[in-house]
Design a protein around this ligand. Structure first.
Ligand code: ATP
Length: 900
């Protein structure tokens, strides 16, 4: 028997489940232990052994190992063993870096992992979807991704889009009744929900019947593994750059070897030196360090409540020129409180202190029994309401539902209207939930006599168009122009005080047919009145908007609220400049794309818009050359989120669909978090630039010293083992420490980066070549001075060895700033200080521990030698930063090309 054929009782038996109470947590733990997590196995994952082996698969490393074995056979076995050991060490270091990179990526995936609402221990709870087990009762609603295969038990207007499984993009209407047919295709199993499909409308509950690889999705998992691209544009560009660098290193190596041999050096000696040089010069660790820098940066963002779902967006964040943000809950606190009420041309204020008389009219306490329209306004808003105030055991009240509706429940409560109380006299027959395209919600209610009414609440201006009558002087009257003007005036007056407005209307329903569409039902209504509620701005947002402005990023508000309310809040937040435009949804609908593109730069607030408008706005901004960040939470927001350069979903109020479409999730729904993410994104990019600069300048230095020595017909300034050691101690740790450097103080005081900016932009190419050139020169000078003065080749090589290391370790501090080493405290990054100290200790170790002397061909150096080394090593850094002259010149090319 198939799941879809079973009656509820049978499903309960087959899954050992309990539809009423759910599983106990002990039982579900046991099932999870037995059957494993509800996950699709990731076939693309590399095992640690594979990662380790790939460290040694580089062509140059293989050549080096081959050449080393050869030299070992020729009798240089101590050198050979040492070189092999260093190559191993290098490999292990690479392995550790890559593992770390991979682990941090895993941690990221974990963070954006889907959640499920499940009935456990008789209570609905939210748990990670991978912890679901067969027999769990789960709840699904519009915007959710179904998290396991389920047999539906209860459905309310449930539509599920199953194209991931069936290819059919039209949503399927689901129900709960058992089906009789045998061998139904997946698309016809209309009482089942399948893992990975998407709820587009309605809601329902179901029992989990299959999890993980046993689900329909699991069965075809190998077909659908659509690996998210995790590489950022920079990483892709670096990969290309890496190939060029390898070519360059090989060409230079061949040159060095060729010239060396021509000048009388032995072939094996030159080949070994050449290949060691190539291995040292190729920045093989770069991709892993970039990933680590990205991943660690992303961890930092998480601490600031921004969860990055797609790594490339880290880079794009630094390029953002416009943030389009929702208002409610993102710019404001989403803590709604009704403060004013309007009906029949009169206004009441709602007292905010518990002991004050609740309603004031013209400053005096109002008597509710005389205010019938006020009572209607309050009680209808309580009945036409999907939220609840639930009183707990200790009289504590928990609010369940949408803050806008909660505010209406509370204002009703002040007049003694509780939902429970009203429901003892009225029955709700049908409900049409709020949706931000219709901008209203309705219920059909029946009183004890069986008389039916429609109650509607929604955006006042929209609702007014649906009304032909109004309550006026306690009577139902045909709406006349003057009534309309009164209502509009009230909306403006409440809106100007930055209040969100909700109107209430009703009509008696004569027909017994309740099967009509909302569209039809919500017509010919009688307008009752308007409630106005405050939703204070989040205190930190004003400063964030100002910071963004300074950073060349424009903030645009997109809201479903009324134009006047939206403008008032935009002004409070300094988001709307004097000459800034406010556009409403109706006007926007009528505009052509070209017209919008023309005006888009002047518009700061879009009000009374429907989610569909967001896509139009994103497209217009992008056509104007903007890099757009766009927030959203609902199913309808997904297309705009996807189309934006940085799609941002709300962590708390966002649906699965919005989250999946997004590249960034705000775990606190807060606008200030976007600003933080942009700052971190910029900083991560700058840090990557810092260590690319450091590594490449160092490598240029290493190659040039050998190259110049060969041209000048000098002996080899460095032995192969020394070259490899330099590479080992200078590359890994200091570069990683640069990757986690703190931001320079000016990151948010400059315009956004151009998205197509090359790796070497803003003078970095010059910095690499100039510093690298000088590192090569000073190393050669150190070598030559000692060789010339003492004729002691070993000592001269030792001085070159040390100068090469020291000049790199000094240069690393210069890389912290785009401007000059003196621009910020060079020792401000303690990881860097520690990394450099440990590199120095390692260097001194091979120099002064007798065991290493024969291996590294080292001899102790005198104080005089050290003075020479330190003096020379400081030159590449000080020549540019200290001289001021050049420093000044370089300053002009400092970060972020487009000035704010
Ligand atoms: P923002 O985009 O700033 O988050 P929003 O998306 O919350 O705003 P909507 O939810 O679309 O905006 O609300 C638009 C209008 O619909 C509100 O100004 C209000 O008048 C009305 N409205 C909001 N919530 C409800 C509700 N639950 N019932 C009836 N009407 C509502």
């Amino acid at each position: 028997m198939h799941w879809y054929q079973m009656e509820n009782k049978k499903i309960e038996e087959a899954t050992h489940s309990d539809i009423e109470n759910g599983l106990t947590s002990a039982e579900s733990r046991e099932r999870l232990r037995q059957n494993g997590p509800n996950e699709i196995a990731d076939s693309g994952k590399r095992s640690p052994i594979m990662i380790l082996l790939t460290q040694f698969k580089d062509f140059m490393v293989i050549v080096l190992l081959a050449a080393t074995v050869l030299s070992g056979l020729l009798g240089e076995y101590l050198d050979a063993i040492a070189i092999i050991l260093i190559v191993m060490l290098n490999g292990i270091l690479g392995f550790i870096q890559e593992r770390k990179a991979e682990k941090s990526l895993d941690a990221l995936r974990e963070l954006s992992a889907p959640m499920a609402t499940v009935l456990r221990d008789k209570e609905w709870q939210t748990i990670p979807a991978k912890e679901l087990v067969v027999g769990d009762m789960i709840k699904i609603s519009s915007g959710d991704r179904v998290s396991a295969d389920i047999r539906l038990i209860e459905t309310h207007g449930l539509l599920i889009e199953e194209s991931a499984l069936t290819g059919e993009s039209i949503s399927v209407q689901k129900g709960q009744a058992p089906l009789e047919e045998e061998e139904l295709s997946l698309g016809d199993q209309v009482n089942m929900g399948f893992m990975g499909t998407m709820v587009t409308q309605g809601n329902g509950t179901g029992i989990v019947v299959n999890t993980g690889m046993k689900t329909e999705m699991g069965k075809i998992a190998s077909l659908i593994q659509n690996a998210e691209t995790l590489q950022t544009p920079l990483q892709i560009r670096l990969e290309q750059l890496g190939k060029i660098l390898i070519m360059l290193a090989v060409v230079l190596t061949v040159l060095v070897v060729g010239i060396g041999v021509l000048h009388g050096h032995g072939l094996t000696e030159m080949v070994l030196s050449g290949v060691s040089l190539a291995v040292a010069a190729i920045p093989e660790g770069l991709p892993a360090i970039v990933t680590i820098a990205l991943a660690l940066g992303v961890q930092k963002m998480i601490k600031r409540n921004a969860i990055v779902r797609k790594l490339p967006s880290v880079e794009t964040l630094g390029c953002a020129t416009v943030i389009c943000t929702d208002k409610t809950g993102t710019l404001t606190q989403n803590k709604m409180t009704v403060t004013h009420l309007w009906a029949e041309g009169q206004t009441w204020e709602l007292a905010q202190k518990p002991n004050d008389p609740p309603f004031l009219k013209e400053g005096h306490p109002a008597k509710l029994e005389n205010e019938s329209s006020l009572r209607q306004l309050l009680s209808y808003a309580v009945l036409c309401n999907d939220s609840e105030l639930v009183e707990g055991e200790d009289n504590a009240v928990t609010e369940k539902g949408d803050p806008t509706e909660i505010a209406l429940l509370i204002s009703g409560q002040k007049a003694g209207f509780s939902k429970q109380g009203l429901l003892s006299n009225y029955k709700i027959i049908k409900s049409f939930p709020f949706d931000s395209t219709r901008k209203m919600m309705s219920v059909i209610i029946a009183n004890k006599k069986g008389e039916k009414f429609v109650l509607t609440k929604g955006a006042p201006d929209v609702l007014l168009d649906r009304c032909d009558h109004i309550l006026w002087n306690k009577q139902k009257q045909l709406i006349k122009k003057r009534h309309e003007e009164h209502v509009k005036e009230a909306i403006l007056s409440l809106g100007n005080q930055a209040l969100r407005t909700i109107a209430v209307a009703f009509k008696p329903l004569r027909s017994d047919n309740t099967n009509t569409e909302a569209e039809q039902l919500e017509r010919g209504l009688t307008f009752v009145g308007v409630q106005g509620m405050i939703d204070p701005p989040r205190p930190e947002v004003k400063a964030s908007i100002a910071n963004c402005q300074r950073a060349g990023v424009k903030t645009v508000m997109i809201t479903g609220d009324h134009v006047v309310t939206a403008s008032a809040i935009a002004r409070q937040l300094n988001l709307l400049p004097q000459d800034g435009q406010v556009m409403d949804g109706a006007t926007l609908s009528k505009m052509t794309e070209e017209e919008l593109i023309d005006q888009v730069d002047d518009i700061y607030v879009y009000a009374r818009v429907a989610p569909e408008h967001k896509l139009k706005i994103v497209k217009a901004l992008q056509k104007k050359g903007h890099i757009v960040a766009m927030t959203g939470d609902g199913v309808n927001d997904a297309p705009a989120i996807k189309a934006a350069n940085i799609g941002i979903a709300m962590g708390n109020t966002g649906t699965d669909v919005a989250k999946e479409a997004s590249s960034l999730i705000l775990s606190d729904d807060n606008f200030a978090t976007i600003e933080a993410a942009i700052e971190e994104g910029r900083n991560i990019y700058e840090n990557i630039r810092k260590f690319i600069r450091y590594l490449l300048a160092s490598n240029v230095g290493e190659i040039l010293v050998m190259f110049f020595a060969m041209i000048l017909s000098l002996p080899l300034p460095l032995l192969p083992i020394q070259i490899l050691w330099v590479n080992l101690v200078t590359d890994g740790l200091p570069a990683m420490a640069l990757g986690v450097d703190a931001a320079e103080d000016n990151v948010m005081r400059q315009g956004p980066r151009k998205p197509n900016e090359g790796v070497f932009a803003r003078g970095m190419g010059w910095k690499i070549i100039s510093r690298g050139f000088l590192i090569g020169i000073v190393t050669l000078i150190g070598f030559w001075t000692i060789l010339h003065g003492t004729n002691d080749l070993t000592k001269a090589q030792n001085v070159a060895f040390m100068t090469l290391v020291m000049s790199q370790l000094i240069q690393v501090f210069d890389c912290r700033s785009e401007r000059s080493i003196f621009d910020r405290n060079p020792f401000g990054n303690r990881y860097l200080v520690l990394a450099v100290l440990s590199s120095i200790v390692l260097m001194l170790g091979v120099m002064y521990i007798p065991f290493f002397e024969p291996i590294f061909h080292t001899v102790p150096l005198s104080l005089h030698d050290w003075l020479l080394i330190v003096g020379l090593s400081a030159i590449p850094t000080l020549a540019f930063s200290g001289a001021g002259l050049f420093g000044q010149k370089e300053k002009e090319k400092s970060p972020y090309t487009r000035q704010a």
